[in-house]
Write a protein that binds this ligand. Structure first.
Ligand code: ATP
Length: 292
């Protein structure tokens, strides 16, 4: 595994009662990498995040993680798409979650107060979460994911219910976490949330990755190699599997051709592997900036 890779899914599939909701998904997350997962309702975004979090078992395929926690564990923070309305106050709930994550009492209180400073929760003293608005619950949800100082942060539709001010605060929080080296995956419908902080956008539909693309902001001035090749009939899955090759910036299927944009440092190895795997290369182009 590439030394920066902290999580890897290989041909991961998920079935619920015989119905396939994720089908052969391969993807890697590296330290500090930021990814937005987009796709229509029911396409499998939440399922993908739960599998990445280790909360939902794979029906088939492989999940590997390597982190800097005890014994190489990866410290993951996960915020589901909503929190239930519980009979706890925000502090009680966060304290409870912090204890589950193994934070000792003093550190827990410090961390909770530090995190509460980041969001303007506006709860009343002693107010239980069952009386919280959707936006207030969402803020607590985000904070519980950040409690353990995660190396990988997984946020499922974090923007739902947040007012404009809170959305801006979330974006700047994601940017500063990225600078700190936290890897972030956000499942979202909101284009506004993608641009400023995500480097890659993974589009899924019908339980499969349809494309992986670098965002325009992330591409500014970046150099790439564009490799166009043809795969023999029936090898679509192999063609797509290369989309998660290390250094891959974008993959697109164009009629009978597969087009890969890769970082220059990875392009020779990628070319060799493509040829060895049976693809025939039509062209290699050098470029920078927007990938066309
Ligand atoms: N626990 C479950 N049992 C049975 N089916 C499930 C379960 N969880 C998800 N599904 C099904 O899996 C499919 C993918 O659901 P998922 O929640 O991952 O999609 P999504 O892209 O996150 O959708 P949305 O944008 O609406 O949140 C859906 O058809 C859903 O009904």
């Amino acid at each position: 595994m590439n030394p920066d890779v902290i999580l890897r899914l290989e041909q991961a599939s998920k079935q619920y009662k015989g119905k396939t909701v994720l089908n052969g998904v391969s993807m890697e997350m590296s330290r500090g990498e930021t990814v937005a997962v987009t796709g229509p309702n029911g396409s499998g975004k939440s399922t993908l995040l739960k599998m990445m979090a280790g909360l939902s078992a794979l029906s088939s395929g492989k999940r590997e993680t390597i982190g800097s926690g005890e014994g190489g564990t990866l410290v993951i923070g996960y915020a589901p798409d909503h929190l239930p309305k519980l009979k706890f106050t925000a502090r009680e709930y966060l304290n409870h979650m912090g204890a589950i994550r193994g934070l000792e009492a003093a550190a827990r209180t410090r961390r909770i107060e530090e995190l509460l400073q980041l969001v303007d929760l506006r709860d009343r003293p002693g107010q239980q979460m069952k009386f919280f608005s959707k936006g207030m619950l969402q803020k607590v949800n985000l904070l519980q994911a950040l409690l353990g100082d995660p190396e990988l942060l997984l946020l499922d539709e974090p923007i739902g219910g947040l007012d404009e001010e809170a959305q801006d605060a979330l974006t700047s929080m994601l940017l500063s976490l990225r600078q700190k080296g936290t890897a972030i995956v956000v499942a979202t419908h909101e284009q506004a949330l993608i641009g400023p902080w995500a480097e890659r956008v993974v589009a899924i539909s019908d339980g499969r990755i349809q494309s992986i693309a670098a965002t325009t902001d992330a591409m500014e001035g970046k150099r790439w190699r564009r490799i166009v090749c043809r795969w023999p009939e029936g090898r679509e899955e192999d063609a797509k599997a290369f989309a998660s090759w290390p250094g891959m910036m974008q993959y697109r299927k164009e009629r009978r051709q597969a087009v890969y944009w890769t970082e220059p440092a990875s392009s020779d190895a990628l070319l060799r592997e493509l040829l060895e795997a049976g693809a025939s290369v039509d062209s290699v182009t050098i470029g920078s900036g927007r990938m066309v």
